[in-house]
Write a protein that binds this ligand. Structure first.
Ligand code: ADP
Ligand code: MG
Length: 257
């Protein structure tokens, strides 16, 4: 861990952000990918992370749950220092649900078994309890009646909903989504976005990397625009889509028209 500055944990109050990132840098060899990210996410907030390919969005998410080791900086989840060297990685990751572009389901297992396996492995739940909670999570993403289907028997949108159910079942404090709809045929995108909107309506805290600008505009509490490893602009949807005069943001948004 190359973090040089000692860091003092933020004072715990009800208003403390769920996620707080300070001065985050990440380099791969000599290539600086994140160049000083400061970002706080409130409880219940949905932050949409947008920006050109290669701007560092995935690397930022991967640093948050320590799939990547930050080069410098501090990340607090619910007041606990995620970057502390001795922090129990599995315990920390249990509190962060991550949904990727690729669904990462076990092909030989049913939808129910894919979700239940996570509950048994991560939360050490007994078989019956895991199955019960897996079915409840699948119900919540609109897959009641598809418990026994294997991934191959499901559409891409349904497979991604199984992936989301698997995250939800673990009841994480924070959800991270990395382009969850990019691998889907266009007609399947809406069903996944609607599940994400419901999660947000239920008060979940979410950071969502997405190219779905309509979703960001309609659902996000705040939109954060990254370019070349920095947060270049951020604000509520009206700021990003109407009021901002940032030229790099304007260039980026133009590419969607
Ligand atoms: P985004 O998700 O915004 O498209 P990424 O975070 O995936 O951007 O990547 C940002 C930059 O970091 C890219 O230039 C990418 O090539 C580089 N990068 C990402 N992961 C690695 C890695 N493991 N090793 C070297 N370079 C990487
Ligand atoms: Mg990415």
């Amino acid at each position: 861990m190359a973090s040089t500055q000692p860091v003092v944990a933020p004072v715990e109050t009800g208003a403390a952000p769920l996620l707080e990132i300070r001065g985050l840098h990440k380099s791969f060899g000599k290539t600086a990918v994140l160049k000083g990210i400061d970002l706080s996410v409130r409880r219940g907030e949905l932050v949409a992370l947008i920006g050109p390919s290669g701007s560092g969005k995935s690397t930022l998410l991967r640093c948050i749950n320590r799939l990547e080791e930050p080069t410098q900086g501090a990340i607090f989840l619910d007041g606990a220092d995620v970057t502390a060297a001795r922090r129990d990685l599995n315990g920390m990751r249990r509190q962060i649900g991550m949904v990727f572009q690729a669904f990462n389901l076990y092909p030989h297992l049913s939808a129910e078994a894919n979700v239940a396996l996570a509950l048994r492995k991560v939360l050490k739940l007994p078989r019956g309890e895991a199955a019960r909670r897996a079915r409840a999570a699948l119900d919540q993403v609109g897959l009641e009646g598809r418990y026994c289907a294997r991934p191959m028997q499901l559409s891409g949108g349904q497979q991604q909903r199984v992936g989301i159910a698997r995250s939800m079942a673990l009841e994480p404090k924070l959800f991270l989504f990395d382009e969850p709809t990019s691998a889907l045929d266009p007609e399947l995108v809406a069903e996944v976005l609607s599940v994400m909107r419901k999660l947000s309506d239920d008060g979940k805290t979410m950071v969502v990397v997405t190219h779905e600008m309509a979703f960001a505009r309609d659902v996000a509490d705040r939109i954060v625009f990254m370019d070349q490893g920095r947060i270049v602009d951020q604000g509520p949807p009206d700021h990003i889509f109407r009021d901002s005069t940032n030229p790099r943001l304007a260039d980026f948004l133009r590419s969607f028209r």
